[in-house]
Ligand binder design. Structure first.
Ligand SMILES: [Zn+2]
Length: 149
């Protein structure tokens, strides 16, 4: 059996089920990471819901670009873009981490990032905002934002 050396791509994310913060290795995303606490799968091939408190930690800990969709349930363009974002997260699982933050539930987080219109997409690299896009983004715009276009 051959051993392919891979570089670990750690990130800390919140388990959507039990809300425990988990350190996962994105280079092994195809092996199906599970929550250390409740053992349920942490699915990273789709956007993860983030909260105000865990968002910071995930951005700070991420070794890959993090794309955050600041949205609201009542926002038509946000809903229209959701399938695109799902597909993007699936296509780039392990290379880009896609998060969604509900600005109605987490207004403090929206204020911290100066969100004035939704959807707003912010790409973070090395813990800092790298690029920002306000309004709907298509697949090409998402790639450019994430820095993989
Ligand atoms: Zn869990």
């Amino acid at each position: 059996m051959s051993v392919t050396p891979t570089t670990a791509l750690p990130v800390t994310v919140r388990c959507p089920f039990c809300l425990t913060m988990n350190r996962v290795d994105l280079s092994r995303v195809d092996q199906g990471p599970r929550c250390g606490e409740c053992k349920r799968p942490i699915l990273l091939d789709r956007p993860l819901q983030a909260g105000a408190d865990d968002l910071e930690e995930t951005i700070r800990s991420a070794s890959v670009p993090v794309l955050v969709d600041f949205y609201a349930d009542w926002c038509g363009p946000c809903r229209a873009m959701a399938p695109l974002l799902d597909a993007f997260a699936g296509a780039h699982a392990g290379r880009v981490l896609v998060l969604k933050l509900d600005t109605d539930r987490h207004p403090a987080a929206a204020a911290r990032y100066a969100i004035r219109g939704i959807p707003t997409l912010i790409a973070f690299e090395h813990g800092r905002e790298a690029r920002r896009h306000v309004g709907m983004a298509d697949a090409a715009a998402l790639k450019t934002l994430a820095g993989i276009g």
